[in-house]
Design a protein around this ligand. Structure first.
Ligand code: PLP
Length: 473
């Protein structure tokens, strides 16, 4: 492909992209394919001879697109959103074109300095106090891994980095039984051992019980173990439950345990002054993560990781081989020392575009509307004779089940709701997912897509009710 062809095809793609965004809600949200359907259409070997862009683009439309789940459809209401937006996509085009590696200041000074600045903008916008300072990581999973590694090095005075784990010591980590699965994965990778992760029980609202946390820490201390880190979740993945950061933070301060706050999804709501209660006590946290790539209209990947002790973070990750030394090292940030990978994409650009295109007020307005959608639908579900709310709804994630008042058997209710979700999914009209809360099969609906409007919410509720009644008639 030469420059002339690139220009032509790029224009064609932009037209396709704009059409896609206009039409995305008309696609079946979930593709109608079986495992192996897509790969069966693909040749076993890469072509020996060059193929034209026209052929490739046709294959994209005919072979790939039918196997895509349309996350950007306003009818996508499963998991948590992975929102994009026009300004974010435009910035990604520039990032891909520059193809810059942003590992040191020197390898792209503007990328480093823009990242510093947008992370400060974001810190102020979500009212995270100083001295929190931020860096963009790929995912919340990796951010939390960084936090656990910082905790590990802090408690061992950097000894694990130097000589590995001491034989005679056991380091323990604490999270609630509703915590995201990435914590367990991170605990394994960081070398703590899964057995040393304590799942602290939750209260009836699915938030961590701080008394039980303190008891577990004390118990481990009495047994000669080393309580190392607590992960509190602000907005659990199951039901957006809010662990009490303040109470947990005070316990961490008392026992000198590292506190990491995982607000991967809910953190975006901190843009709203009326939602900042979620982060009360955040000054006790050593680190905090939230994902603009979930609810804040910024393409995956963009995870905002903040730490209070910048020196601890850098000392945990720093390496200085000769070929990476630069004359400015003393004066600048080298983000390769702020996390796991060396190479880094220029991700600050899309955050910059998003924050400037919407403005803080524009972002707040969208988030507020999403929360209102959530509260309105929550009321409808709560007051409906045949539906039951299964968890509090602090934001816009609603956990519910179909519960006709003549069915009491829990097993039957679980089966019924599994069937309901399956039928909704197969319709391709909306996309919902499930979890289990207190053993109950729970349907989750999340009302946070970039282009979500009232009419989508109304249509979704209508479809849920209709599908449910068809199951019992
Ligand atoms: C989504 C989620 C994660 C994982 O986010 P990634 O960026 O995909 O790693 C972690 N914690 C919580 C609470 C989440 O909701």
């Amino acid at each position: 492909m030469d420059n002339k062809k690139f220009r032509k095809h790029a224009h064609e793609l932009v037209d396709w992209m704009a059409d896609y965004f206009e039409e995305v809600e008309d696609y079946p949200v979930k593709p109608d394919v079986l495992p192996g359907d897509i790969s069966a259409k693909l040749p076993e070997k890469a072509p020996q001879k060059p193929e034209s862009f026209e052929v490739q683009f046709d294959d994209f439309k005919n072979q790939i697109l039918p196997g895509i789940t349309h996350w950007q459809s306003p009818n996508f209401m499963g998991y948590f959103p992975a929102n994009t937006s026009y300004p974010s996509v435009l910035a990604e085009m520039l990032t891909a074109t520059l193809g810059a590696q942003c590992m040191s200041w020197l390898t792209s000074p503007a990328a480093t300095e823009l990242e510093e600045q947008v992370m400060e903008w974001l810190r102020k916008a979500i009212a995270l106090p100083k001295p929190f300072t931020g860096v963009i990581q790929g995912t919340a999973s990796t951010s939390t891994l960084c936090a656990l590694l910082m905790a590990r090095e802090r408690i061992t005075n950097f000894e694990v980095n130097e000589s590995g784990f001491p034989n005679d010591e056991t380091f323990t980590v604490y999270c609630s039984s509703e915590t995201h699965s990435s914590i367990e994965k991170d605990v394994k990778i960081a070398g703590f051992g899964r057995q040393n992760l304590r799942n602290i029980p939750v209260d009836e609202e699915y938030a961590m019980n701080p008394e039980a946390l303190e008891e577990a820490i004390r118990n481990d201390l009495e047994n000669g173990l080393q309580p190392t880190a607590v992960v509190a979740t602000v907005g659990t993945t199951g039901s957006t439950a809010m662990d009490p950061v303040k109470a947990i933070g005070e316990i961490c301060a008392k026992y000198d345990v590292f506190l990491h706050v995982d607000a991967a999804y809910a953190g975006t709501a901190l843009l709203l002054p009326e939602m900042r209660w979620m982060n009360e006590g955040i000054e006790h946290a050593d680190s905090f993560v939230f994902n603009p790539h979930k609810w804040m209209f910024t393409n995956f990947d963009c995870s905002a990781f903040y730490v209070q002790d910048e020196a601890l973070l850098v000392r945990t990750f720093e390496i200085m081989p000769e070929y990476l030394k630069t004359p400015e090292d003393e004066q600048v940030k080298n983000y390769r020392d702020w996390g796991i990978p060396l190479g880094r994409r220029f991700r600050a650009l899309k955050l910059w575009f998003v924050m400037r295109s919407y403005g803080i007020e524009g972002l707040q307005e969208k988030i507020r509307v999403h929360i209102q959608f959530g509260q309105q639908l929550k009321e409808k579900i709560e007051t409906h004779d045949h539906f039951e709310l299964l968890a509090p709804v602090p934001l816009n994630t609603i956990c519910f089940r179909f519960h006709p008042n003549y069915i009491d058997d829990e097993k039957k209710l679980n089966e019924l709701n599994e069937q309901l979700l399956h039928q909704i999914q197969e319709s391709g009209k909306i996309f919902l997912t499930h979890t289990k809360l207190d053993g109950k099969y729970t349907i989750r609906i999340v009302l946070g897509n970039t282009n979500l409007e009232q009419r989508h919410v109304d249509a979704a509720w209508k479809l849920i009710k209709k599908t449910a009644s068809s199951l019992i008639s």
